[in-house]
Design a protein. Structure first.
Ligand code: CTP
Length: 406
């Protein structure tokens, strides 16, 4: 699960009686999967479109419908739920619930709970176009906006009443991104004040003007780490080899081609850096570059003379002072033994050991299974995880185990 800004937040999802109420099931499910604690509150008419049983199955909590209903935790009705809520999301919101909220009516659980809530409110309306543009509804919406409530406006489309126009509930993704933005300010910034130098992608070692030696690295692992470190408040320098994947926004981006260029970019930044994470798949070999394109010669075979590139990590490992050095070890056999050997040989503080076999494909978007090895002998095997998940675990592990003495 990628870290959502609403992870761990208590969200009250108010569902009112629109034909779009069935979409509230997707919203409840996505929020729950993203780590939110979701309490559904339904109006009577909402229960005509979707059952409380469905919502309970998706959230693990009994929805509140009647004003005197109790929650699964035995909390006493509207006041305690409202007080504990981090967000009230009303989706879909009918013209009726919008009117009640705008005028302070409290004749059902949702409107009553709204009056008792002090948390931010997000409203995603769904209704017929004529209702949405009706002056009374427009006035009510404006009134709620002046109270600071956020609206996720309905989209244009085919409506249940058979017409085409604005009124369709916004997509689940749009609604979730507004929910995320409410909590953006609460994000963890545990890496603030630290300078990270992260490498990503393959390097390319030219053979002649049109050919090169490289590998299958996509850059995704390094990009996920750079993105997560930036989100957690670090100053991030990202040195990347050629990649087709979208590069995250960082403080300092350097694009390189060869191992030599990557080494230079790292040398220039090493002294000011607190943590170096070498996720790049640096090419181990290069060939002397021919100025002219190598030509075929009547079926005769040709030998390419390969020289080892500089081992960047080993090089900076010799000169480290306070820097934390983290390397990756990609192995097809004897994972732990080989990874530990790299840890020592390159003077690293930590290695992320990654095996490449039938089950585990470290390149590309798929999940992988890695193991953290520390210089002091400790070890942490992780379950199968996506790259953003591995990135966040890695940063937390570094923070807790290697940066504590700062
Ligand atoms: N690395 C490096 N410079 C190189 C080659 C690798 O800095 N010229 C770094 C990688 O970025 C990675 C670590 O060293 O963090 C281990 O890389 P890996 O390819 O697993 O191992 P190698 O040291 O190249 O050894 P081998 O290929 O023989 O397994």
């Amino acid at each position: 699960m990628a870290d959502k800004a609403y992870s761990g937040k208590r969200i009250v999802l108010g569902v009112s009686g629109s034909i779009a109420a069935y979409k509230a099931a997707d919203i409840a499910s996505a929020l729950t999967q993203g780590g939110a604690i979701v309490q559904v509150v339904m109006t009577d008419s909402a229960t005509q479109f979707i059952t409380p049983v469905t919502m309970r199955a998706l959230t693990g909590r009994t929805p509140l419908v009647g004003v005197f209903d109790e929650t699964t935790e035995g909390e006493v009705t509207h006041v305690s739920v409202a007080e504990n809520a981090d967000l009230l999301l009303v989706a879909p919101a009918t013209a009726n619930i919008i009117a009640k909220m705008a005028h302070g009516l409290a004749d059902d659980m949702l409107s009553t709970l709204y009056l008792a809530a002090k948390c931010p409110v997000v409203i995603a309306p769904a209704m017929n176009t004529n209702m949405w543009t009706n002056a009374a509804v427009v006035t009510n919406v404006d009134r709620l906006k002046t109270l600071g409530h956020r609206f996720v406006d309905p989209a244009e489309g085919y409506l249940a009443c058979g017409t085409i126009g604005q009124g369709k509930l916004a997509t689940v993704d749009e609604i979730l991104s507004v929910v995320e933005s409410v909590f953006e300010g609460d994000k963890v910034t545990d890496l603030a004040g630290l300078r990270f130098l992260i490498t990503a992608g393959p390097t390319r070692e030219p053979i002649d003007p049109v050919r090169y030696l490289s590998n299958y690295s996509t850059g995704l692992m390094g990009f996920s780490i750079a993105e997560a470190a930036k989100e957690r408040g670090a100053h991030v320098s990202l040195v990347t080899g050629p990649s087709e994947v979208a590069i995250p926004h960082v403080d300092d981006l350097v694009r390189v081609e060869t191992a030599e260029e990557m080494l230079e970019a790292i040398r220039a930044r090493f002294r000011q850096t607190d943590v170096v994470i070498m996720a790049a798949a640096v090419s181990d070999f290069r060939a002397p570059k021919s100025e002219q394109k190598l030509k075929k010669s009547a079926g005769r075979s040709r030998t390419l003379e390969l020289h080892e590139t500089t081992d960047i990590l080993a090089e900076i490992g010799k000169n480290k002072d306070r820097q934390v050095l983290v390397g990756f070890a990609l192995e097809s056999e004897d994972l732990i033994e080989n990874a530990r050997q790299k840890l020592q040989a390159k003077n690293l503080d930590m290695v992320v050991a990654n095996s490449v076999d039938e089950e585990n494909r470290p390149f590309g978007e798929g999940p992988s299974r890695v193991r953290f090895l520390l210089e002091n002998g400790s070890e942490l095997p992780l379950p199968l995880m996506s790259k953003p998940e591995i990135a966040n675990h890695l940063l937390s592990y570094i923070k807790e185990n290697l940066l504590t003495q700062e």
